[in-house]
Design a binder for this molecule. Structure first.
Ligand SMILES: [Zn+2]
Length: 439
């Protein structure tokens, strides 16, 4: 973590060039943004998952002695006071940019309030938590919806036995040998980086480190370090299938998390001096945009099944020393599994609302999530730790997809698509903004 004082000064100078009235308003919101960052860094001293990334100045980090007990009530009061101050700014409507920033930070603060309560053991229903934390509630589908999707796999998958078993048998053909992981993942990341660079202007010094780790509740993670550097970790607790290389290359890296964080840092923090951007709170609406856009990013680099299949056949599978037969069927099945991913939300709802027992939870994850025993257990662990965060992957993706299509950014218009996508990754966007048409 490095303080970026020079760029911060550049931001201040930028604001000082504005006319007098907007200067004072800018200074108001900048002061409040600083308080917002300071508050998050303070909460993060107790809740180690609270701040996912911070690359601002060290001077904003708390220096007072930490309380022995988590000061829940004091934090909740500070959240409310800040929200009131931002509400005032919004009411004054002096400047569109100020209103946009204030609305965004205010929504992030709503998430602070909910996370503070969760961290203190005060829980709410799955949907209430997801609305306050991520700014959305994922749709509810009946069990028959998932049964119909699984039935589609019946004609697709080879072999006999249950659908989850047949899916696992097919998937097992594409397990990357451990000694080939690094080579295969680097090839996938390189491809995603190349395609993304063709469309986005990305800082020249950007880079990442790739590491394989064990004993984590997640399958992959991008730790953004600031100054356009990421630390990408891949969990090797479970078997790793060939499509994970594509996921890590795009979701975690290009044009996913690594690029999203870089574009925010470059365009908003360095170029405009928006302090709030330097701190990314994990349990916040920003994560719905981050996960949704990272998942959408897979299709930006590899639009449609054919491009994924071709890349696997020509590059990844030979590198992994694996046979290519069945790869098309595998990706067709993965497409349906993507739709089945919403079943995990139902499991999360059932777990958080205490309406699903542990046997049913495992059954749902296997039958509708097409998971094997160990993946299902891992999924339960993830939900236990991260609760309604799971909606960010599928509902976030759905919102981004709807937004892109509604604004003419579908796969048949690649230039418009990359342009819109770049805009999404370079602005403070709230889930509610995705429901509006682009202007
Ligand atoms: Zn992610």
């Amino acid at each position: 973590m490095k303080p970026v004082v020079i760029f911060l000064l550049a931001g201040v100078i930028l604001f000082s060039c504005n006319q007098e009235s907007s200067k004072s308003v800018s200074s108001d919101i900048n002061q409040l943004a600083e308080k917002y960052v300071r508050l998050a860094l303070d909460i993060g001293r107790y809740d180690s998952s609270f701040v996912d990334a911070y690359y601002g100045s060290d001077s904003l980090k708390p220096t007072n002695t930490k309380n022995e007990i988590f000061p829940k009530d004091s934090f909740l009061v500070q959240v409310q006071e800040l929200q009131d101050a931002f509400s005032l700014l919004i009411k004054e409507k002096k400047n569109d940019t100020i209103v946009q920033r204030a609305n965004w930070i205010k929504a992030q603060l709503t998430a602070f309030g909910r996370r503070i309560k969760i961290f203190s053991g005060e829980y709410a229903s799955f949907d209430k938590e997801s609305l306050e934390l991520y700014g959305g509630t994922a749709p509810i589908y009946p069990e028959s919806h998932y049964q119909a999707l699984v039935a589609q796999l019946h004609t697709l998958l080879p072999g006999k036995g249950s659908i989850p078993e047949r899916f696992q048998l097919l998937a097992n053909r594409f397990i990357i040998p451990k000694n080939k992981l690094d080579t295969v993942f680097r090839a996938a990341i390189a491809k995603c980086r190349k395609v993304t660079r063709e469309h986005f202007e990305i800082p020249a010094n950007e880079d990442f480190k790739l590491e394989f780790v064990t004993d984590k509740p997640w399958s992959g993670y991008n730790w953004y370090k600031g100054n356009y550097q990421s630390f990408i970790q891949v969990n090797t607790d479970l078997q790793i299938f060939i499509d994970r290389a594509i996921d890590v290359g795009s979701h975690e890296s290009y044009p996913g998390h690594h690029v999203y964080n870089m574009l925010l840092e470059k365009n908003l923090y360095h170029d405009k001096g928006w302090l709030e951007i330097s701190m990314y709170p994990l349990f916040s609406p920003q994560s719905l945009i981050a996960e949704g856009s990272a998942n959408y990013g897979i299709d930006m680099v590899f639009p449609g099944i054919n491009s994924k299949v071709t890349f696997c056949k020509e590059v990844l599978l030979p590198l992994a020393g694996l046979d290519t037969s069945g790869i098309t069927t595998y990706f067709q099945a993965l497409e349906i599994r993507g739709q089945l991913n919403f079943a995990r939300n139902e499991v999360g709802r059932g777990m958080l609302n205490n309406t699903m027992d542990s046997v049913t939870v495992m059954q749902w994850l296997k039958d509708y999530g097409l998971m094997n025993e160990e993946t299902a257990k891992k999924s339960v662990r993830f939900i236990t730790v991260n609760r309604s965060y799971i909606i960010n992957y599928n509902y976030g993706l759905e919102l981004i997809d709807n937004y892109m299509q509604a604004n003419g950014g579908d796969a048949t218009h690649p230039e418009k698509r990359w342009q819109l996508f770049g805009k999404l990754l370079s602005n403070p966007v709230l889930p509610s903004d995705l429901m509006k048409l682009d202007k």
